[in-house]
Ligand binder design. Sequence first.
Ligand code: ADP
Ligand code: MG
Length: 718
Amino acid sequence: LPRRESFMLREVRQFPKMREIYGSLVFDKRAMKESLPKEAFNHIQAAMEGLQRLDSNIADTVAMAMKEWAISNGASHWAHWFHPLTELTAEKHTAFVTADDNGFPLESFCGSDLMQSEPDASSFPSGGTRSTFEARGYSAWDPTSPAFIIKSPKGGTLCIPSVFIAYDGTPLDLKTYLLRSTEAVETRALKMLKLFGNRGVRYVRATVGGEQEFFLLDRERARKRIDLRFCGRTLIGSPPPKDQKQEDHYFGTIPTRVLAYMEDVQRDLARLGVDLATRHNEASRCQFEFAPIFSEANKACDQNQLTMEIMRKLAPQHNLRLLFHEKPFMGLNGSGKHVNFSLQDNEGRNLLKPSSNHRKNIIFLSFLTSFVYGVSEYSGLLQASVSTSGNMHRLGGFEAPPAIISVYLGETVDKIINAIESEGQSEDLPAKNKIDLGLPKLPEILAFDSDRNRTSPLAFTGDKFEFRAPGASQAMSVPVTALLSVWAAGLEEFMTLLEKRINNGEEPITAAVSVIRELSIKSRKIRYEGDSYKNDWKEEAQKRGIVKGKTIPEGIDLFVEPKTLDMLENISVFKRREMEAFHTIRKEAFVKSNEVEMFILRDMIWEGVLPSISKQLLLEKSSYDMLVGQKIENMEKWSAHITKLAEAKVFLIEKTQELVDLKEKLSEKDVHEHALGIVSEVVPLMEEIRKMADSIEIYLSADNQFYPNYRSLFSLSS
Ligand code: ADP
Ligand code: MG
């Protein structure tokens, strides 16, 4: 260890300071200012802020500057970088230099290349909105997220963040929906501020910061397990007993090799303009977390994708295996992606920040109430957005938020809302008095309120909301799109009521208090300040009527709840047809990943577990036979043990055959029936198989272990 430490110190010294490299591979404001004529620079800035449509006339100028900048930073290729509905990122690389008809080198990349590209769309899922013969789609530059260079050993690629759409305009990517949702919430928030008489404000932006949890394992050991290789999680393996503490002490600090990895990741991401504040997550062994500095929603989602990409790329260099799966290990904490979010005006003011100023506070409460009301009406959309196969094993456990969506406001805000609500019952009190109830004295320190409820899926954390249900492997844009849509819908309702009152001559702040009251009462059922892990909450939630999909497929179906479809169409985020296609894609993804798991489990049992049991049986039986005839007491216990091993083997043979048959049977059903079958038949059967395999694992000699066990996987010390 000491030798490694000094190696680390040397490494740190020889690497450049973060602030010197920060953003060096991003075609950001600074790079543009240096390389663009003033007029073009101003135009592009306005387009990047979303204030103006990009004029194709300046595209050539920008493309030229971007190309020069990219080549001088070592890039040889360019690509439109987009997020297909599969949740991964995709890119098609094109060289900057190609040969012309005479074989001479020709530098390409002009304005039209920058603005639009035409990857073959046929291999990306469309959920049936498009048949393969009309598989034409194009990607179009999204100037609101800056271009960047991904380095490769021999050069690099200029990546141009893009949307990806079919020729009939149907989105084939996640970003288009995300951008529609930011537009929906931002325009409404701006209108709301104007209703309150704030005329100076020019625009509002949704802000997002996603905390990324992950596991790191030793690569060689992880490689020996096909479940980790193909499914990203263990399908068998028994957790070490809870009191096995020896190694835990070591994990009080970040192991040196993990630290080296994290520093590499941070450095590479700093070059790409992603600012990570790292910290060790103590929840599980080998589990860690990165939290970025929050930014504008679209950029934050791109940056999270980029973070995951860079993390994946660098892990093998440190001989580590990175896991983003939501539940890689049974009995251990799973991994989430906590999505923090708020709204911010063009002056950088956070609209969810409480204030000691009475007027500002009412405005804050109006934005907060709008969101809570949106959730109470459309909680199904939020649940749908986190209903993925990975989350199937995480949500509802005792370490993650439950699948029932509720909102936690924290004691202070809850009290204020309750006060506003109850005052409403004595109608004759003048409005001013109603909120004098301690309200104007609301302390500034509320923003630093450390009052936390880790059991709630959606919590107000002082000056932002935090959605804790999204899974670690998910593309953040799906839950973010859902959150912002729900908020936009809540704002819409809030403003309808507010405008009515203002038009009747009420003063905006007074009117807002009444609307807060009205909508808070309506959304009472979704607010819960208690411990969401408790079983009584399930009963209580059932009574309140807020329990929606009980399984993941049912959760996915919440995407197409009639009222959600109407809402999404009203705020122009999803057309009905688009959502129906998206819904199908999510179902298919659920089915596919479970099918892979069925295959892999069967293979692991036959390749690993069954032969191991036979080897152990040989060992036991031969030594047992040697001793037969000698007077050893309780020999029958040993023979019973041998019988137990043999019975386990027979059981596993039978059950895996059942699994294969089941897979066959289900593959004939349509995707929805198939998904239901997975929940009702496959999952319980796989659990049965696992239980048996795990119960045998502990009786196998070290030589006869079928795969590296949990204890060995959790050793990172070498
Ligand atoms: P916590 O105590 O919940 O861990 P932190 O202050 O560490 O809170 O922030 C967690 C994440 O929330 C960080 O990624 C941070 O950038 C993000 N965040 C903070 N404020 C905002 C905001 N106004 N909008 C969006 N994200 C935010
Ligand atoms: Mg947090």
